[in-house]
Each structure stands twice: as structure tokens, then as C-alpha cells.
Ligand binder design. Structure first.
Ligand code: ADP
Ligand code: MG
Length: 246
């Protein structure tokens, strides 16, 4: 997988039911290194979901370009939406099987279910799942496509703290087992520091990059809440403008 170049000159939503059109993104240049874990941090409504939709090829109505690959084949993208979006009439396992090639060995799904601690729940329907379990299913589904690029849109919002910690740890272990580029949107600076190689802070609408900061904490120390809190305080002291984005 090669590096990804994102260049959005302009993304405007037309004026439907509103007096004026709305420029969501202007002059955004971003380059993602292969295998890098990037967290996007920005205020609500600044255009983060809009950006992920453009990268995922769900929205073509913009000026600019997204260069995903130097090879002729398009990289595989896993997209974890803010809401799990599971099909209610399919079981956990069937929701995952839907996105994978028919020829994929069922052992791969078995292994993913096991890793995400979903094996005992694989034959139940989404209505019986807790929110934490539904989110784990949606993460498993995104990993089942074996993505080169994983887009995650505030995937842990409204999870209680212990569940969020558990799902975050599972995500990191999957990422370390299958390295791929991750673009992860969050409001939570501690979460961003715990996960990212690089933090990108975004301004309110129209969205542009305010600052990019590399997280210097070793991967082996990311579970250390003191190290995370110390770096968070250091960031807030050095860049007071970040407080307004959270
Ligand atoms: P974020 O994900 O950062 O909260 P969004 O990308 O959802 O922000 O939205 C960015 C801006 O674009 C917001 O002001 C939002 O109201 C507007 N917007 C999003 N989707 C639409 C749409 N389909 N039509 C018009 N405006 C939209
Ligand atoms: Mg959003």
C-alpha cells in the first residue's frame, strides 16, 4: 500500500432549505504514510465525516483529488461509521459475512470473532447486543475486508469508559497484527494520544489543518495513563488553541 495524498480544494454543500450554500472544507492538504495511525481532532460540525465520505468514495461532489494508490488496483477500505449500522435481520456472523468474498475461508472470520470476544454471540441478532458489542461487530466487519485503509468515525462515542478501553486495546492489537493505514476521528484527546502516531487538529468550518503533532510515547507505554495525561497537559500548555477544539 502506498502513501495517500488528499487534496481538497473545496467541498460545498448546496443551499437546500437554507439561505446560502455551506463551504465545509477549503484547501485541505493531507498526506498519510502507509501503515500510519492518524487521529483527526476537531469540533463538531467542522467537516470530519464529510472528509471520510470523500476518501471512501461515497461523495464525489467536491473539487480536488484523492490519490490512494500508485498501483492500478484500488486499495481496500474499511469504514466504521459513527453508528454501527448492522442489518437487524442478519445475525452477528451474517453481518460480517456480507462484506467478505464468498471464497474467504470461514476460519478467518472465526479468528476475528474470537479476537473480538464475539464467538459466543455470533448467532444472535443485533437487537440483543449491547452498544459495546455492536461496536465490536462493526469493527470486526471492517477488519474482515482486510483493509489497506481503515476509516473510523468517532467509533467509541457513548461507550462507557471500561468498554471503550477494552475495544481500543482490541483495535490496537488488530492493527499491530495487520498493519494498515488508519484515519480515526475523535473528540477525546486522551483517546487520540493513546492511539495515534500523529495527531491532526482541525479548525471549525470551513475545515482546515491547524496543527499536526507526532505522539512521542512508545507503543509499549500507551496503556500508561500517567504518560498520556502528562503529554496531554504539555500539548494544552503549548497549544492553548486546542482547548477550543475539544
Ligand atoms: P463533523 O463530522 O465534523 O461533525 P460534518 O462533516 O458532518 O461534520 O459536517 C460539516 C458541515 O457540513 C456541518 O456544518 C454540517 O451541517 C454540514 N453538512 C453535512 N452534511 C450536509 C448535507 N448533506 N447537506 C448540507 N450540509 C451538510
Ligand atoms: Mg461527524
Amino acid at each position: 500500500m502506498s502513501d495517500i495524498q488528499i487534496n481538497i480544494i473545496n467541498k460545498t454543500y448546496p443551499a437546500i432549505g437554507q439561505a446560502t450554500s455551506h463551504t465545509a472544507i477549503a484547501n485541505l492538504n493531507l498526506s498519510l504514510k502507509s501503515g500510519e495511525f492518524i487521529c483527526l481532532v476537531g469540533p463538531s460540525g467542522c467537516g470530519k465525516t464529510t472528509l471520510l465520505n470523500i476518501i471512501a468514495d461515497l461523495d464525489h461532489d467536491y473539487q480536488g483529488s484523492i490519490s490512494l494508490s500508485e498501483q492500478s488496483s484500488r486499495p481496500k477500505i474499511g469504514y466504521i461509521f459513527q453508528n454501527p449500522r448492522l442489518l437487524p435481520w442478519r445475525t452477528v456472523r451474517e453481518n460480517i459475512e456480507l462484506v467478505v468474498e464468498k471464497t474467504l475461508s470461514s476460519t478467518i472470520i472465526d479468528n476475528l470473532l474470537e479476537l473480538m470476544q464475539l464467538t459466543p454471540s455470533q448467532h444472535i441478532y443485533p437487537e440483543r447486543l449491547s452498544l459495546g458489542m455492536s461496536r465490536r461487530v462493526s469493527i470486526t466487519r471492517a477488519f474482515a475486508v482486510d483493509p489497506d485503509l481503515l476509516l473510523m468515525d468517532e467509533p467509541f462515542v457513548s461507550l462507557d469508559a471500561p468498554t471503550a478501553r477494552q475495544v481500543r486495546a482490541l483495535l490496537l492489537s488488530l492493527w499491530q497484527q495487520r498493519p494498515h493505514t488508519v484515519l480515526f476521528v475523535t473528540h477525546d484527546l486522551r483517546e487520540a494520544i493513546a492511539l495515534a502516531d500523529r495527531l491532526i487538529f482541525l479548525s471549525a468550518s470551513p475545515m482546515s489543518i491547524i496543527s499536526e503533532i507526532r505522539v512521542p510515547i512508545l507503543r509499549s507505554e500507551r496503556h500508561d495513563e500517567v504518560a498520556i495525561e502528562t503529554f496531554r497537559q504539555q500539548l494544552l500548555n503549548e497549544y492553548p488553541a486546542i482547548k477550543q477544539l475539544l
